[in-house]
Design a protein around this ligand. Structure first.
Ligand SMILES: *[C@@H]1O[C@H](CO)[C@@H](O)[C@H](O)[C@H]1NC(C)=O
Ligand SMILES: *[C@@H]1O[C@H](CO)[C@@H](O)[C@H](O)[C@H]1NC(C)=O
Length: 397
């Protein structure tokens, strides 16, 4: 060995080189792990976002590979060309669809009353707008110069005045590019107090109530979705995004706008964003919540965004309407929306900032909400408290 020092130098150099390569490699993989695109959605090579399509035969799309399933929904979907569009009880009319369901489902009489009522009128989807008899209250169209970037379309019920007012005073208060509308059924109700004159006053005062003449019960929520889509198609076709939420949600509007503006355009075009449930199954406990009888539906639900609040791309409105005409009625509005998206070949995107089942024992706090987009349920009082905290310029977390 003529130059032991040279060898020492060489090995030191090699070690250093190895170390450098190692550091670069680890920091790179750390970066690619840590650098995430708009909150929670991994950036980088993403699957191509498909454009909506509606094949002539939806069976494969909706996961149906055999006509032999004995459940009524599955059979209907297999056979369904499109739902009747008429309102009459004649053959092919929407009431006839319900009457046939009642006759063909062997244990229909044992279904919960609400589900029976739902099925009897489930194919009836054209309802006129409800307008105060005393006039006024018309919701303005989106005019050419005033097309909202984000429409907040909030499902409420006539008697929930405080919930609506809390939304108006907090996260639904006017912001450029954002418009607020509430979706309701008839205030005349059934067996309940007649709220027409109170709702008529509210409608004239705020011009933000879209009312239709159907009974406002949870099993009729899909009507609000479909009638909203039809309204958008005719009166507000240019809207970029629509948030569909319940009136007990709290939306961090500014954060949601930031998130939407940062979305890659290819995602934004076919957006269906929220708290996504994959592989949810129907609940089979009679008298339990969300009960679905085995004779009505078999299989898993499609991946769908929780109905507590989700965002869709406005340009999908006509597509969703066309899909809905060919997807057999289902009692839960959010599952039904999931089915329609699946029929179009579009998948929901999950976002961790949507918490649609905020635990009741957790007080909603501004600091916890800073990084979230939507939480529910909150009381009107809770929403107002939270809103005040969020406005606090010295908010320290
Ligand atoms: C629809 O597609 C399924 C296969 O997914 C096929 O078995 C069925 O015959 C098709 N129905 C019609 C009406 O073409
Ligand atoms: C939904 O509204 C329609 C029209 O008012 C009504 O006939 C139907 O019974 C309602 N559905 C339920 C489940 O009550």
């Amino acid at each position: 060995m003529r130059c032991p020092k040279c060898l020492l130098c060489l090995s030191a150099l090699l070690t250093l080189l190895g170390l450098k390569v190692y550091i670069e490699w680890t920091s790179e993989s750390w970066l690619s792990k840590a650098y995430r695109g708009p909150q929670g959605t991994p950036l980088g090579p993403t699957p191509a976002t498909p454009e909506p399509t509606l094949p002539a035969n939806l069976s494969a799309r909706l996961g149906q590979t055999s006509p032999l399933l004995s459940a009524y929904w599955n059979q209907q979907q297999w056979r369904l060309g499109s739902l009747p569009s008429g309102d009459s009880a004649e053959a092919g009319g929407c009431r006839a669809w319900g009457a046939a369901a009642a006759a063909e489902i062997p244990d229909f009489a044992s279904y919960p009353k609400d589900l029976r009522r739902f099925l009897l009128s489930a194919a009836c989807r054209n309802f006129p707008q409800w307008l105060p008899r005393s006039g006024g209250g018309q919701v303005a169209d989106c005019s050419g110069t005033d097309v909202p970037y984000l429409l907040l379309a909030i499902k409420s019920e006539p008697g929930r005045f405080a919930e609506r007012q809390a939304v108006r005073e907090t996260w639904g208060s006017p912001v450029p590019g954002v418009r607020l509308l509430f979706l309701l059924g008839s205030p005349e109700g059934e067996r309940g107090p007649d709220l027409s004159s109170l709702v008529a006053w509210e409608s004239r005062r705020y011009s933000d109530l879209l009312l239709w003449d159907f009974l406002d019960v949870p099993f009729n929520r899909t009507l609000k979705d479909l009638l909203l889509l039809a309204w958008l198609d005719r009166h507000c076709p240019g809207v970029s995004f629509v948030l569909q939420a319940q009136d007990d949600a709290f939306v961090h509007t500014r954060a949601l706008l930031d998130h939407l503006r940062a979305l890659p355009p290819r995602w934004a075009r076919s957006l269906y964003l929220g708290e996504v449930f994959t592989q949810a199954r129907p609940l089979r406990k009679p008298r339990g919540p969300f009960y679905v009888p085995r004779s009505f539906f078999k299989g898993e639900y499609p991946a769908y965004a929780s109905g507590g609040g989700y965002v869709i791309a406005g340009r999908l409105a006509p597509w969703l309407l066309r899909a809905a005409a060919r997807v057999a009625p289902f009692p839960f509005d959010d599952v039904y929306t999931g089915l329609c998206f699946r029929a179009l070949g579009l998948a929901p995107r999950d976002h961790k900032g949507f918490l649609t089942a905020w635990p009741a024992d957790r007080t909603a706090e501004a600091c916890a909400l800073r990084d979230l987009l939507l939480v529910r349920p909150l009381s009107p009082q809770g929403s107002i408290r939270l809103w005040k905290q969020l406005q606090e310029p010295r908010l320290q977390c």
